[in-house]
Design a protein around this ligand. Structure first.
Ligand code: TRP
Length: 442
């Protein structure tokens, strides 16, 4: 049997997990969710949940993965001594399968936009960024399904070769560059008319906007943005050797993720007034506003093209973690099966994902449950599979905590942080997650 993969350095591990975390969640989903659920109130709840629920969970997933060093559908049984608890990992597998299917819709949009912007750069189509009409573009089956197929193929190609580690070098360049671009955009948007209204919208928490619904979406967003609740981060940590610093890694990722989400918000909201758009625009928000902002920047078309590449890179480093989770569980540490498994799973993802893409076009009339096909996939993932997975994991790990404590040496820290963390995992998180889950159903 060929060797199990392993990260070569802690930097590699941090970059990979940061890559998994930072993606469409922070850049695309956060601004549009904040826009729909009250701006500052949403940001406030998102921060609270990220720090109080997300951080302990992230540390838990890291600790357990690093401890077990195996695929997650074996890990739970190994840790708790009860084989049937491996079922928890299968919920995670199903969850990320669903997620990858609709994640690839947005990944496809990025690729289609990139195609158009390239065509503009080379004067093949009209040269104004404002000619990019979001609605018209995403309802064109040929474009968006092709974009989706390319996105899935890119992800599959990387996972097939087990070349996540090769991404390490690229990440070192792309992530800081993404940050620089976001800052350039923010500097521009802050200079626009009415920018301060947008800033206030994002940072001023209006208590009246806090309700059960917005709370639920904020919790879901903090899970989503940190890749939690599906055992995805356990898988990445299972490729980490025991000397890798998981607590500092978790904290680093948390801070980066929050910073990128806030920058993404600042890239959008201050620009709304100038361009006459509403915060409640929905999933198209980023795709509608950013081209307009770039149009006001010198060499904007070129810069927008570069930004789209960075954006695509961020989305890809997340989607490979989605595919990797299933590949790791279906190959069971046998790297020789990797290419075949990656290919089969990717094909299945594509088949399930195409209707989600078409639900913005020819299938938009199909409405049920949470809305369109896309909305329903997002709902099943974010509001059902994710909370159930997170709840089951915390319960199982809380139960096996003594083992985690002994093996990780977590109890020995002078600040007694372990005790606090333990109480969170064992008692507080399960109650919070269960409460939110039940309340949304009624
Ligand atoms: N965090 C990623 C993003 O924000 C999405 C993601 C990757 C994810 N892996 C996950 C979400 C596992 C939940 C679970 O784009």
């Amino acid at each position: 049997m060929s060797q199990r993969s392993q990260w070569k350095s802690s930097t590699g591990f941090i970059l990979a997990s940061a890559g998994s975390a930072i993606g469409l969640g922070a850049l695309w989903k956060f601004p549009y969710m904040a826009g729909m659920f009250g701006g500052g109130a949403f940001l406030f709840m998102f921060l609270a949940f990220t720090i109080l629920v997300g951080l302990p969970l992230l540390i838990m997933e890291f600790a357990v993965g690093q401890l077990g060093r195996t695929y997650t559908t074996e890990l739970f049984g190994q840790l708790t001594g009860r084989k049937w608890l491996n079922g928890i990992a299968w919920i995670g597998n199903l969850a990320v399968f669903v997620l990858f299917s609709f994640y690839s819709v947005i990944g496809g949009w990025i690729i289609v936009y990139f195609g158009f912007v390239l065509a503009q750069l080379f004067h093949i189509v009209p040269t104004h960024l404002h000619d990019l009409q979001f609605q018209a573009i995403i309802s064109q089956p040929l474009y968006v399904v092709t974009g989706q197929a390319i996105f899935i193929a890119l992800t599959c190609g990387i996972v097939m070769r087990g070349m996540q580690q090769g991404l390490e070098k690229a990440s070192k360049l792309m992530m800081p560059l993404l940050l620089v671009f976001l800052i350039i955009i923010v500097v521009k948007t802050l200079s626009l008319d009415g920018a301060m209204d947008g800033v206030r919208f994002l940072f001023q928490p209006r208590v009246s906007e806090i309700n059960m619904e917005s709370m639920l979406f904020a919790l879901g967003q903090s899970f989503f943005a940190l890749s939690l609740g599906t055992t995805g981060m356990m898988t990445y940590a299972s490729y980490a050797s025991t000397d890798m610093p998981i607590k500092t890694s978790a904290l680093t990722i948390l801070i980066m993720n929050i910073a990128i989400a806030i920058l993404a918000g600042l890239a959008i909201f201050p620009a709304l007034e100038t361009f006459g758009y509403q915060a409640k625009e929905g999933p198209g928000l980023l795709f509608i506003i950013l081209p307009l902002v770039f149009e006001k920047i010198q060499f904007g078309t070129l810069f927008y093209a570069i930004f789209l590449v960075l954006f695509l890179f961020a989305a890809l480093t997340s989607s490979i973690s989605l595919l990797e989770l299933n590949v790791s569980n279906f190959t069971r540490n046998n790297n020789r099966k990797r290419p075949t498994m990656a290919l089969i799973i990717s094909l299945a993802v594509f088949i399930v994902g195409v209707p989600a893409t078409l639900s913005f076009g020819p299938l938009s009339h199909i409405q049920f449950g949470a809305g369109s096909i896309f909305d329903n996939m997002d709902f099943v993932f974010s509001n059902i599979l994710l909370p159930i997975g997170a709840l089951a994991s915390t319960l199982a790990i809380g139960y096996a905590m003594e083992k985690v404590r002994l093996k990780t040496g977590f109890g020995n820290d002078p600040l007694k942080l372990f005790a606090i963390w333990y109480i969170f995992i064992r008692y507080i998180l399960p109650v919070v997650i269960l409460l939110v889950f039940i309340l949304q159903l009624v």
